[in-house]
Design a binder for this molecule. Structure first.
Ligand code: 5IU
Length: 462
C-alpha cells in the first residue's frame, strides 16, 4: 500500500474527518482523527503494518511497545513481523518504579521502540517515556502513524528522543485536496487552526509564571471577570466580596480608597482569595521613577508587594519603573497601561506602541496590558500588535455601552471580549447593581461565553 492509498483508506473509513468537532476543552476543531477502528479492516491494517515495518526495520532496539489501547494491537503485529519481543505498560498505573507496570519480559536497560497512533503536542509522549524509564526501560525512538503536531519532533528532540511518522497532517491535506476529497475552504481552515495551535503553544512558553497561574485560574473557575471593588469602608468591601467572590478570576482593589484600612484587612482579603480561588490585583498605577515606586510598592502602610500578585503600572517615567517595582521579587507581575478608557486621555498611538514594546522586553514581570477601544475593529487592531502571550485586561465595560458624568466610556462585554480582551474589569456595573451577586453571574457568563467563542474559533487545545 502506498502512502497515498493509505491516506485515502483512512479517510474512507472515517478515521480522518473534517468538519466541526467540539474538543474536551470546549474548543472547536476543524478536524478529528481517530484510528481506533482500524483494527477491524484487515487489509488496511496489513497495509499500515507494512508501512511501519518498512520505517522501523533499520532502527536499533531490543523490545517493542504500543501505547494502549489504539496502538497496542498494531505494535503486536509489527513485533511479530520483525520477530521482536513485545511489552506494554498498564493503562491504570500502579506506583512508579515498582517494576509492576510493564507487562512482558525484558532486561533492565533494554531499549524500547514506542509505537503510537497520533502525536498532538508531544507532551504525552514524553510522559510515556518517563514512565517506561522509571520501570528500567530505555526509550530512543517513537514511531507514530499520524503527526498532527506543530513542533512535536522538535520538542522530543530537545529532551533526547527521536520522532518518526508515517504521514503528517499536511500529507493528508495534500492528497485529499488532489482528489477533491476536501474543500479548499476546509484546507484553509485547518491550516489556520494548526498555525493558531502553534502560536498558542509558543505563547505559553513565553508567559511568565504569574500569567500562567492567572490563565489556570480562569480555566478552573471558567471566569474572565475582574471586579473592581472601589468602595470606602471594609464593611461594604467584604459585603460585596461575599456576593461576587465565587464569580471572579481576580479582584481589583484601590486599597487607598478605604477609610478604615487596618492591619487585619490584608489577612482577611487573602483568606477570601484562597477560599474562592481568585487573584489580588491592586490598581495602584505606579508611575514614578524606579527608586520611588520601589518604596511605594514595598513600604509604607500598605506594603502592597506583600499581598498584591498583580499591579498596574504607568510607563510615563520609562522602563526604570518596571525594574524598580519587580527586580528581586518573585511571583509578582504587572499590567502596563497601554490605553485608557477615559475620554480625552493623553495616550496616543506612539506612546501605546512603546508601552507594548516595553512589555515585550520585560516579559518576566509583565503579564500584559490594560487597554480599551471604541469598537471591535479598533480593539482587534490594537490587540494584533501585542507581544505573543500577553493578556489584555479591559475596564470601561458594562452590559450596555455608554458614559458616566466624569468621562468614563463603556463598551459592551461582548464587544470587549470578541475584540480581544482576555479579562474584563467591571466596577459599578456590578457593585452598584441592585443585586451584585446576580449581576456578577451575568457578567461572568457573558464574558466567558464570548471568550470561549473567540478562543475556540482561533486556537485549539488537546
Ligand atoms: N480603570 C478604568 N479605565 C482605565 C483604567 C482603569 O476605568 O483606563 I487603566 C479603572 C477605574 C475603576 C475601574 O477602578 O477600572 C472601572 O470602574 P467602573 O466599571 O465602575 O467604571
Amino acid at each position: 500500500m502506498t502512502q497515498e492509498q493509505f491516506i485515502k483508506e483512512l479517510h474512507g473509513i472515517g478515521a480522518v474527518k473534517f468538519g466541526e468537532f467540539t474538543l474536551k476543552s470546549g474548543k472547536i476543531s476543524p478536524f478529528y482523527f481517530d484510528l481506533r477502528d482500524m483494527i477491524s479492516y484487515p487489509e488496511l491494517l496489513n497495509g499500515i503494518v507494512n508501512l511501519l515495518v518498512e520505517k522501523i526495520k533499520d532502527m536499533e532496539f531490543d523490545v517493542i511497545t504500543g501505547i494502549p489501547y489504539t496502538a497496542l494491537p498494531i505494535a503486536s503485529l509489527v513485533a511479530d513481523r520483525l520477530q521482536k519481543p513485545l511489552i506494554y505498560m498498564r493503562k491504570e498505573e500502579k506506583a512508579y518504579g515498582t517494576g509492576n507496570n510493564v507487562i512482558g519480559k525484558f532486561k533492565t536497560g533494554a531499549t524500547c521502540l514506542v509505537i503510537d497512533d497520533l502525536i498532538t503536542t508531544g507532551d504525552s509522549k514524553i510522559e510515556t517515556a518517563e514512565r517506561l524509564e522509571a520501570e528500567g526501560v530505555k526509550v530512543k525512538d517513537f514511531v507514530v502513524v499520524i503527526d498532527r503536531s506543530y513542533n512535536g519532533s522538535e520538542l522530543l528532540e530537545k529532551v533526547g528522543y527521536k520522532l518518526h511518522s508515517l504521514i503528517s497532517l499536511s500529507d493528508i491535506l495534500e492528497i485529499l485536496q488532489k482528489d477533491n476529497l476536501i474543500e479548499p475552504e476546509m484546507v484553509i481552515k485547518v491550516k489556520e487552526f494548526t498555525t493558531a495551535l502553534g502560536t498558542e503553544k509558543k505563547a505559553k512558553e513565553l508567559q511568565n509564571r504569574q500569567t500562567q497561574r492567572l490563565l489556570g485560574t480562569m480555566q478552573r473557575k471558567q471566569s474572565n471577570l475582574i471586579v473592581s471593588l472601589d468602595v470606602t469602608t471594609q464593611k461594604e468591601f467584604f459585603g460585596i466580596l461575599d456576593q461576587v467572590a465565587s464569580e471572579i478570576v481576580m479582584l481589583k482593589t484601590h486599597v487607598d480608597i478605604l477609610e478604615d484600612y487596618d492591619a487585619e484587612f490584608v489577612g482577611k482579603l487573602q483568606k477570601y482569595s484562597i477560599r474562592y480561588d481568585f487573584h489580588i490585583f491592586e490598581d495602584r498605577k505606579f508611575a514614578d521613577i524606579g527608586n520611588t515606586v520601589r518604596m511605594q510598592y514595598r513600604k509604607g502602610i500598605y506594603k502592597i508587594s506583600d499581598w498584591a500578585e498583580f499591579v498596574t503600572v504607568h510607563l510615563v517615567a520609562g522602563e526604570g519603573t518596571i525594574s524598580g517595582l519587580f527586580d528581586g521579587l518573585e511571583d509578582r507581575s504587572g499590567f502596563l497601561l497601554a490605553r485608557m478608557s477615559s475620554k480625552g486621555n493623553l495616550i496616543n498611538e506612539t506612546y501605546s506602541r512603546k508601552v507594548l514594546e516595553a512589555g515585550r522586553k520585560n516579559r518576566k514581570c509583565v503579564s500584559g496590558f490594560i487597554g480599551h477601544g471604541k469598537d471591535v475593529t479598533d480593539i482587534s487592531r490594537f490587540k494584533a500588535k501585542f507581544p505573543e502571550g500577553m493578556l489584555l485586561l479591559m475596564p470601561g465595560v458594562k452590559l450596555e455601552a455608554g458614559t458616566d458624568k466624569l468621562g468614563q466610556q463603556y463598551i459592551t462585554v461582548e464587544d470587549a471580549v470578541s475584540g480581544g480582551a482576555d479579562c474584563i474589569i467591571v466596577g459599578r456595573g456590578i457593585i452598584k447593581a441592585q443585586d451584585p451577586k446576580a449581576s456578577a453571574e451575568i457578567y461572568r457568563k457573558r464574558a466567558w461565553d464570548a471568550y470561549c467563542k473567540r478562543i475556540g474559533n482561533l486556537n485549539t487545545g488537546e
